[in-house]
Write a protein that binds this ligand. Sequence first.
Ligand code: PLP
Length: 412
Amino acid sequence: MKFEDFLYTQEGADLFEKTEGLDKVLSSGVMTGSEGLGIRLSEKTSPEVKIKEKSGCEHKVIMLGSNSYLNLTTNKKVCEAAIRAIEKFGYGMGAVSVYAGITDMHKELEKRIANFYNTEDAVLFPSGYGTNIGVISALCSSGDIIINDSANHASIFDSSKLSGADLRVYPHNDIRALERILQKLKNTNAAKLIITDGVFSMYGDVAQLDKICDLAEFYGAKVMVDDAHGLGIVGSSGRGTAQIYGVENRIHLNVGMLSKTAGAVGGYCATSRKIAQYLRHYARSYFFSTALPAPIVAGLNEIFKLLEHDRAGRKELWANINYIKDKLNKAGFNTGNSQSGIVPIIIGDEPTLFKMHEDLRLSGVYTNVVTYPAVRRKDCRIRLCIMKDLTHAQIDKAVEIITKIGKKYGVI
Ligand SMILES: Cc1ncc(COP(=O)(O)O)c(C=O)c1O
C-alpha cells in the first residue's frame, strides 16, 4: 500500500472507508518514527535532544532534523523579548487583524523585513504554507499562467491549483526546459508568473535565479521566490538566494518563512507598496486568518536585528555544513548538489529508507525521512539539516553512526 492509495474514494465505497485502510497499514507498524513519521520531543530542540519512543522510554538523539539552522529558537535575547511581549499583550491576538488588530511590533517586523530585502513593503502572514496560498491565489487567476519548478514546495503547487491559473511545470532546475515553456507561450497575452524555491527544501540546492530573471525579463514574466531555507543562510550576508546571484531587485515577490532559520512560525512577502496593499485586502490567508501572536513577533524582531547585521552565526553554521558534507562524501555517501543547510543522503529505495531512518533514530541520530509525495520514490532520501551549535564531536559521532548504518543497508 502506498500513501496515495488513501487519497481517493473507490467507486461505490463509503467516503470514510479510506481511513480504515490507512489505519490498518499504520497499525501494522510499517511506518518508522516515534511519533508518526516524526518524533516526540521531551525538551527544547537543540543539537542533542531527549525524545520519547512509542514505548514511553526516553533517549537522547543528535538532532539532524530541525530547520532551526542558527539555533535562534532557543536564543536568550529572543526568548526574553517573547516573555516581555506575552506579559504585555498576552499569548494570542484574539481574532483576525481586521477585527482584533495588530501591534506596533507587527508593523516594526514588516518594516524590518522590507528593509532587509530593500523593498517598499512586506506583509506578514500567520503561516508559511498560508503565505504561498495567499500570495499566489490573490495575484493569479483563471487566464493567467503559473510556471513552477517541479521541486517547488507543496504549498506552491496547492496554491497554483487553487488560483485557477493554467499550470506549467519544468523539470527541477532545468533552465532550458523553462525557456522552452516560455517560448511556446510567446504569442499569448496571458500574464505569466515563474515561481521557484530559492533553496530547494528536499534537495538543498539553489535555483539559478540570474538565468530565471533573464528569461522572465525577455519573455515578459514576473518572478516569485520562496526562500524559506535561504533566509539568513545563503548569500554573502545571508540575504538569501537572490543575493548569491546579485538579482535582489529583479525579484517581484520575495517570499520567506519564519519557521526555519527564524525558528518560529509565520511567513512574509516582501514586495512593492501596491502589491503589499493588494495582498492585505485580497490574500485570503491574510485577511481571514488571525495575525501572529505578539510574543512570536517580539522574538522575530530580535532575530531580524541579528540577521540585518549578519550576526546570527551564519559563518559558524557554514563551518559545520562543510565539515559534515566533507566527512559524508569521504565515507562514500551521495549528498547531491547541496549548497545550503540541507544535506540529503540519496537512498533511492523506499523500504531501505524506512529501515535506515528507524535504525538511525534508535542508534541516536534523528534525521528526516523524505519520500513521495515530497520527492519521487526513486529519489527518496534521508535529509540532514545542520545546526550552528552542533559540535565537531557530535558531528563525528553522527557520521560514525550514519556510516555504520549506511554500510549495513548497502547504501555505501
Ligand atoms: C520551501 C518551503 N515553503 C513553504 C513551507 C511552509 O512553511 P511553514 O512550515 O512555515 O508553513 C516550507 C516548510 O515546510 C518550505 O520548506
